[in-house]
Design a protein around this ligand. Structure first.
Ligand SMILES: NC(=O)c1ccc[n+]([C@@H]2O[C@H](COP(=O)([O-])OP(=O)(O)OC[C@H]3O[C@@H](n4cnc5c(N)ncnc54)[C@H](O)[C@@H]3O)[C@@H](O)[C@H]2O)c1
Length: 346
């Protein structure tokens, strides 16, 4: 199959690119190379005859039309987005522009290409989204495909709007789409502004490890390579027009997650005092969702996917990866905003 992956130089997109090439698919990686991109993430496939890179912006209609005509993919996996909630609090319009206008522009290019090809039924537009579109849970319950949309952050709202656009292009134009809404990912190549890499890198640097609020917020964590596997499954086996909730069934309070990471580091990179001594509670994120959890019954029973790693196994692997890939994260630490506290209202 020939796949066009948008955002393939980012964290999850690069895992999809690596997996798809390893499976023998042709891949064209379309990425604008924003601050969050890193071509090192796909270095291991860069010389493969199956792999091509196109630096292009999903908001650029002419560029999207050109890339589609040149590469003629069988499917588009759309991951390009502004993805950091704290940055969306500081600058929401960039999220509206990329995640909404960019997705609409890409949908129009995809529709035009699909019509020119004679509307093949096998074509797929796979929109990759987040569980954050469903808002926040209380102590019980889990999100499913039937959960009402109730996004709270500008990031979540822009992703929710993009989900609605994708549905509309299916209902109105018959474009063969599938959607997926996944919980928090973690693992290798996670950009150093997100919680898990922040904890590991602050710990190793001997700096304060910031935990927002009281650390009681709960997230459901999924190892990024398990997500990539789930995305390929949804693409190849998912029913057109349907969405799939994806999660690791691995809920953890932020403070428990951070303490687990500190214990793993205590074992793997021991020093005189525990890394947990560096933990400090800091001002909470405005509108911080209390809890996310996913009921993955549909993808498990209909498509046969389940995560391969427990949270503990995934965290051990992730810490190992950061310990041996210092060159990768050191090179990113000079990027704009890395290491700074973002998303606090004045
Ligand atoms: N990280 C998570 O935990 C998580 C969970 C569920 C869903 N998602 C979704 O998965 C997708 C990927 O997330 P991620 O964490 O890998 O993000 P990321 O920020 O690591 O990567 C995003 C990539 O998109 C590219 N990009 C941004 N704007 C672009 C534009 N206008 N045109 C072309 N490329 C552009 C960036 O250069 C970057 O390489 C996003 O759509 C996100 O909403 C993420």
């Amino acid at each position: 199959m020939k796949l066009m992956v948008t955002g393939g130089a980012g964290f999850i997109g690069s895992a999809v690119v690596r997996l798809a090439v390893a499976r023998g698919h042709d891949v064209v990686n379309v990425d604008a190379l924003t601050y969050a991109a890193c071509l090192e993430n796909v270095a291991m496939v860069a010389d493969s005859p199956l792999y091509t890179f196109e630096q292009a912006d999903i908001r650029d209609a002419a560029a999207m039309n050109r890339v589609l005509s040149a590469h003629r993919p069988d499917a588009i996996m759309h991951l390009a987005a502004e993805s950091h909630v704290d940055r969306s609090i500081d600058g929401p319009l960039a999220f509206v522009d990329t995640n909404l206008r960019g997705t609409a522009t890409l949908l129009e290019a995809a529709r035009r290409f699909w019509v020119e090809q004679g509307r093949p039924e096998t074509f797929r537009f796979h929109h990759v989204s987040t569980d954050e579109v469903f808002g926040s849970l209380g102590e019980t319950g889990r999100f499913s495909e039937e959960s009402p949309y109730a996004p709270n952050s500008p990031y979540a709202a822009s992703k929710a709007g993009a989900d609605h656009l994708v549905r509309a292009w299916h209902e109105t134009y018959d474009l063969p789409v599938v959607l997926s809404n996944c919980s928090n990912n973690y693992g290798p190549f996670h950009f150093p502004e997100k919680l898990i890499p922040v904890v590991i890198l602050k710990a190793l640097a001997g700096e304060t490890i910031p935990v927002y609020g009281t650390g009681s917020n709960v997230r459901d964590w999924l190892y990024v390579e398990d997500h990539a596997e789930a995305l390929m499954t949804v693409l190849q086996k998912g029913r057109v027009g349907r969405s799939y909730a994806i999660g690791g069934e691995a809920e953890a309070r932020n403070i428990d997650l951070v303490e687990t990471l500190c214990r793993i580091l205590d074992r793997k990179r021991p020093k005189t005092r525990s890394y947990a001594d560096q933990i400090s509670f800091v001002t909470d994120r405005p509108g911080h969702d209390q809890r996310y959890a996913i009921d993955p019954t549909r993808i498990r029973e209909e498509l046969g996917w389940r995560p391969s790693l427990s949270l503990q196994e995934g965290l051990e692997r992730t810490v190992d990866w950061y310990l041996v890939n210092e060159d990768w994260w050191r090179a990113l630490q000079s990027r704009d905003g890395i290491g700074d506290r973002l998303g606090i209202l004045p």
